[in-house]
Write a protein that binds this ligand. Structure first.
Ligand code: PLP
Length: 400
């Protein structure tokens, strides 16, 4: 509980849900309309066209009234059959949860990864995937499933490298990618990277509340769905694709969240997606300068895959990261991400995504710095000053 009566805005700096801009909140507050009427059809057609540009795809994108977990399940059950083997890669907590889901759905996941917590400090190792696929000469593995931006660690994997690994092995497995926390914050290219199903969610880079999620498809994925035998009804792509042709859904969609999505897509287009991505890279670099100035370790140990969305800050031995987060919350009304699964208590996560700016991030780093001092974390220097200097020396330029 907060130590004082809060004023101003709460600092929601977890790596999703991210702060929802006023413009989106206003759009969502409009009256709900008839989801079978002409006004809705026009909205649906417009949305379903615009959303493709964010995934960088020409193929259909399905929108579910569900959190990201629903879209995870949809991706698996639309393309696979009971007992199918799937190759998954342990990058962190979310990759682990997806693997557990695959098992519950009666698939047979093989969980590749680096040993211990090493895998939680690096991205997907495409060479390990290639080696495993080359061994699979009878093509028993039906899909390769990887997490693009592992939200539990702050590591963004190289999906193009995974595609090359599958091609180098000459393997027909589907490539299914979770970019629930990467979309509209980290570079993502569904078509160019040859992804068959991309899973995403609303409450991260799209700056919406939780509650809608996505499957971007490929022709190969749609063909696989015609043969896939896992039971599905609500999640089945065929009826949704049919209704979507006219901008409708086979059931009642989340009308007001779709108003919000429409507004979010307009905001992203006004700024330009490439500008949005550059803004996230720049914030992430500033936050890393702060962590370095504090003399602390970043959870991600491979600079080539630092996440532009969040940064995991490792606490020195003997310090409980959850205790530090608690102090920061109670004293400064600032929420940070907790360490999940194997890294519980050893690190916390700073989200720097969506509707932020340099000064909200400086304030966030200020809360972290003051809270860590109160918690007795030995700091080498001021991360706030380091980040301010970085932002001042690297002005944002409008491109395009
Ligand atoms: N995958 C990743 C990478 C996530 O970050 C999350 C949520 O944070 C999920 C899956 C699960 O999504 P949801 O909590 O929206 O069901």
């Amino acid at each position: 509980k907060l130590d004082f009566h809060p004023s101003g805005r709460h600092f929601l700096q977890i790596p999703g849900p991210s702060p929802v801009p006023d413009r989106i909140l206003r759009a969502m507050s409009l009256p709900t309309i008839d989801h079978r009427g002409p006004e809705f059809g026009a909205l649906g057609r417009d949305l379903l066209t615009k959303i493709k540009r964010v995934f960088k795809t020409e193929s259909p994108v399905i929108i579910y009234p569900a959190s990201g977990t629903g879209a995870w399940e949809a991706a698996l059950i639309n393309t696979l059959s009971p007992g199918d083997r799937v190759l998954m890669f342990e990058t962190g907590h979310f990759a682990t949860l997806w693997q557990k889901m695959a098992r519950r759905l009666s698939l047979e996941p093989e969980f590749l990864g680096l040993p211990g917590v090493e895998g939680w400090r690096h991205g997907v190792q495409a060479d390990m995937i290639e080696a495993r696929l080359k061994e699979d000469t009878h093509h028993e593995l039906k899909a390769v499933c990887v997490v693009h931006n592992e939200t539990s660690t702050g590591v963004t994997s190289d999906i193009a490298a995974v595609r090359r690994a599958i091609d180098a092995a000459g393997h027909p497995a589907l490539l299914i990618v979770d970019t629930i926390s990467g979309l509209a914050s980290a570079d993502y290219r569904h078509d160019e990277w040859g992804v068959d199903v991309t899973v995403s969610g609303s409450q991260k880079g799209l700056m919406l509340p939780p509650g809608i999620s996505f499957n971007a498809l490929s022709d190969k994925a749609i063909a696989a769905s015609a043969k896939a035998q896992l039971p599905k009804s609500f999640w089945a792509w065929d009826e949704i694709l049919e209704a979507n042709k006219n901008g409708y859904w086979p059931y009642t969609p989340s009308t007001n969240l779709l108003y919000g999505l429409n507004e979010a897509l307009d905001m992203l287009e006004e700024e330009g997606l490439e500008n949005v991505l550059a803004r996230h890279q720049r914030w992430a670099a500033g936050v890393r300068c702060a962590v370095e100035a504090w003399g602390l370790e970043i959870q991600c140990q491979d600079p080539s895959v630092y996440s532009p969305v969040l940064t995991g800050v490792v606490m020195p031995e003997g310090i409980d990261a959850d205790e530090v987060r608690k102090i920061i919350y109670e004293r400064f009304d600032l929420s940070l991400g907790m360490g999940l699964g194997k890294v519980k208590g050893t690190m916390f996560r700073i989200g720097h995504l969506g509707d932020c700016n340099d000064l909200t991030l400086i304030a966030t780093l200020g809360g972290c710095e003051a809270g860590m001092k109160l918690a007795g974390v030995p700091l080498k220097g001021s991360g706030v000053t380091a980040a301010l200097d970085y932002f001042a020396a690297h002005p944002m330029h409008r491109a395009g």
